[in-house]
Design a protein around this ligand. Structure first.
Ligand code: MN
Length: 319
């Protein structure tokens, strides 16, 4: 099977429709299809953008009718944990209802909280696999880690059919190995900046860690290892890092497609077998929704990105 992989959508249905049409998908009985190909979504359907329901009403039928596959993004995982009451702490939730967490999730809550289909949508999010290991390619929201994938498969054999209560609870407890595992797969590897260094992220939060090129065991300094928007780079010191923070991913292993990193350059491969497809479609100053047309190649090509630009929001919608 040949696949069109599509990066983080974050509530922007207009670029999604434009991209699907550009890729040759046509609406038929409520489902965008292309007879010879399937889409693979990289997760993060929700939060941030203006069309939370419209995005779900496009991607969900595609997945349910076999026109697409998908992995879970950290925003879907967070939505599940926000919704789910903590069985050991009545009245509390697996994701704490702090102001900061609420702000990150507000546009989704505005669209679904109190609606009859909210609980059912959360149930559906729980069916999204954490990763896909398909013939010739691998898909995960942020970081492929062979050892974690192998461990989780042994401990939780049905992990990619349904995120069960046991795993959801363990993954929501800081300090547990399951928490670290899900964080790594869905949010990537982060390393602490040297003392005294920090920067503000797109939401204005102070960050003391950076996301890193987990696949690149040759990175020796913070700038070598940094993976994220280029506008942040001037805050990254030249200091050396400990190489044991990185995983490395063999150049002979199948290509891995990831989203998550809010890149802001022209789409470019991160390595001959690593492509990130998140180019900040939801950024306030505009960005791109990005796909990669994959036809079985094991060495990826910069020629195969397909993009749709989104202009900056006219009036930021606040919160
Ligand atoms: Mn993400």
């Amino acid at each position: 099977m040949n696949y069109d992989l599509i990066g983080d959508i974050h509530g922007h249905s207009e670029p999604l429709v434009e991209l699907l049409e550009k890729l040759g998908y046509r609406l038929s009985n409520g489902v965008y299809r292309q007879p010879e190909r399937q889409v693979i979504f990289l997760g993060d359907f929700i939060d941030r953008g203006p069309n939370q329901r419209d995005v779900i009403s496009i991607v969900r039928p595609m997945i349910e009718e076999g026109a697409a596959l998908s992995v879970m993004g950290n925003h879907e995982f967070n939505a599940i944990a926000w919704f789910t009451e903590d069985p050991e702490r009545p009245g509390q939730y697996l994701r704490e209802h702090t102001d900061r967490h609420r702000r990150q999730h507000q546009v989704f809550l505005d669209a679904y909280q109190g609606a009859l289909d909210y609980a059912e949508l959360i149930e559906w999010f729980r069916t999204l696999p954490l990763w896909l290991d398909l013939p010739g390619l691998r898909v995960v929201h942020a970081c492929w880690d062979d050892a974690l994938v192998a461990d989780l498969e042994v401990c939780f054999p049905s992990i990619n059919q349904y995120l069960d209560d046991n795993l959801l609870l363990r993954a929501s407890r800081k300090g547990r190995s399951e928490h670290d595992a899900i964080e790594t797969l869905l949010k990537g590897k982060e390393i602490e900046l040297p003392k005294g260094h920090m920067f503000f992220d797109k939401d204005g939060h102070a960050r003391h860690e950076v996301r890193v090129r987990w696949f690149d065991g040759d990175a020796r300094t913070y700038p070598d290892a940094f993976l994220g928007p280029e506008k942040v780079r001037s805050n990254i010191p030249e200091d050396p890092i400990g190489a044991d923070h990185l995983l490395q991913y063999s150049h002979d292993a199948p290509p891995v497609f990831i989203g998550h990193y809010w890149l802001d350059t022209e789409p470019t491969l991160l390595a001959p077998n690593i492509a990130c497809l998140d180019y900040s479609v939801a950024a306030e100053d505009g960005g791109m929704l990005v796909a990669y047309r994959w036809d079985g190649e094991q060495v990826l090509s910069n020629e195969k990105f397909v993009t749709v630009a989104r202009e900056p929001s006219q009036a930021p919608t606040g919160a």
